[in-house]
Design a protein around this ligand. Structure first.
Ligand code: ACO
Length: 433
């Protein structure tokens, strides 16, 4: 028998169906609530609201589980590549050898960016944040690569996915080179997706970049760990903007803007800045923990806490391990790694952090890894964005393919002025302080 929840309003009972997810989680279906009761629900920040049914990513915040299309992220980080994982997310299944080859060839074929787009990059002020630039440039991509209806819907959509995955990576490296006043390095056909990115970032006419397979593997893992995370802020932005049936580029540009925020993807930059601050102040995390506990102080421990995870984010363990490996390989000692480990140790023992279920999230160690690879701090969130692209694309695709999909249009509880008359300018008064 189908399960129901009963809502009682003014003594009257309303039955609401329960929806059961694949892993046993349950939700109350309130889609008929307003038409049947005249009521809406109020859930600021949507902490209790499911916005869709999705078959892409499963997370259990209490147990610290993350799976893409059913496959644990630990297995993908250990065995897959970013390109293969992207295919899995977008298409629902791991590719066969032929499918993967075809996909990789397409990514290579679409890796160049229209030369005229360089002019755009060159006119951004030097201090512009790369996330702002990336968001604008992704919107601009559509103007350079409009849809060709004769190609057929499926082919055109696949082309768009490939263009985004490949060109956003090229544009990110290009913007870095231009920001430094250096010669742009073009993508190479003989390199894999991740190796190509590192080469475009770091190769130069005076010092050829030597590709290190361990760094390539570390980048593969970094991007796999960021590839999707169900209905987080930026993905919700992609779905919401996409629900107006706007083109994919515009929806992804919205996702990039949302990711920029320090409470979301921008945290990876904020973490390294915070660790540097701790280091510069002598390396003792205690005063920073005290500030984080103080309700009067807006300071938060960056890289700690998560809306869904109430235990360790499963990605942290993998990220920390890769960080250690890369630092060892590079024979580099990063003092910020020591600060991070001391801070983690102190925070997880601290009663405030325990009581609030605050544990490190993916951003806590990711910045240290990116630094070790040579990525500058202001590019950290761009790195996250490249990694999240397959997630945004697959979530947008799922939404577009859903026959029940509707325009996203939340409601509100109005708390403003009741109806009142327009006041002519000469009669408007403000109370004097
Ligand atoms: N440091 C100190 N206290 C914190 C922290 C933190 N990092 N995070 C949450 N808290 C406290 C809040 O002060 C609040 O305390 P109170 O109940 O005593 O008032 C309580 O924990 C709940 O906080 P909320 O902000 O309501 O929790 P929410 O689920 O909205 O926050 C968030 C999640 C935004 C990630 C938060 O933990 C945070 O700001 N973390 C730091 C930024 C960060 O690392 N962001 C990256 C997240 S992962 C990602 O997006 C890729």
């Amino acid at each position: 028998m189908a399960k129901i929840a009963t809502l009682t309003v003014d003594g009257k009972n309303f039955e609401l169906p329960l929806v059961q997810g694949a892993e046993g989680e349950q939700a109350i279906d309130i889609s008929q609530l307003r038409s049947r009761t005249g009521l809406i629900t109020l859930d600021p920040g949507f902490a209790n609201t499911g916005s869709c049914e999705s078959g892409i990513t499963y997370m259990d915040g209490e147990k610290g589980i993350l799976r893409y299309r059913g496959i644990p992220v630990e297995q993908l980080a250990g065995k897959s590549t970013f390109v293969e994982t992207s295919y899995l997310l977008i298409n629902g299944e791991l590719p066969t050898r032929e499918e993967l080859t075809r996909f990789s060839i397409m990514l290579n074929d679409h890796s160049l960016v229209h030369e005229d787009m360089r002019t755009f990059f060159e006119y951004f002020p030097r201090g512009a944040h790369p996330m702002g630039i990336l968001s604008s440039m992704v919107n601009a991509l559509r103007a350079f690569y409009p849809e060709i209806p004769e190609r057929g819907e499926d082919e055109e959509t696949n082309m768009m996915f490939t263009r985004l995955l490949s060109k956003v990576r090229t544009m990110a490296a290009m913007s870095y080179k231009i920001s430094r006043g250096h010669k742009v390095v073009y993508p190479r056909h003989d390199l894999t997706y991740c190796a190509n990115f590192l080469n475009m970032m770091f190769d130069s006419p005076v010092r050829p970049y030597i590709i290190d397979n361990d760094l390539v593997k570390a980048l593969e893992v970094f991007w796999i760990l960021h590839a999707d995370h169900e209905q987080n802020c930026s993905t919700a932005a992609v779905r919401l903007v996409g629900s107006a049936r706007v083109n994919l580029y515009a929806a992804i540009a919205a996702g990039i803007s949302a990711l920029w925020g320090p409470l979301h993807g921008g945290a990876n930059q904020a973490v390294v800045e915070m660790l540097q601050q701790i280091h510069d102040s002598g390396g003792d995390p205690a005063p920073f923990l005290a500030r984080a506990r103080d309700r009067e102080d807006p300071f938060r421990l960056m890289g700690f806490g998560h809306r869904v995870y109430k235990t360790y984010d499963p990605r942290v363990k993998i990220m920390k391990k890769v960080c250690g490996k890369v630092l060892k390989k590079m024979k580099r000692h990063d003092p910020l790694m020591d600060v991070a480990m001391r801070l983690e140790e102190a925070a997880v023992k601290d009663p405030y952090f325990k009581d609030h279920n605050l544990y490190p999230n993916v951003d806590f160690y990711s910045g240290i890894l990116l630094r070790a690879i040579g990525i500058p701090v202001n590019m950290f969130t761009v790195m996250f964005a490249i990694g999240r692209l397959p997630g945004w694309i697959s979530q947008w695709k799922e939404a577009m393919d859903d026959p029940h999909w509707k325009l996203h249009r939340p409601r509100q509880v109005y708390i403003g002025s009741k109806v009142r008359d327009y006041v002519p300018m000469e009669k408007r008064k403000r109370p004097k302080n």
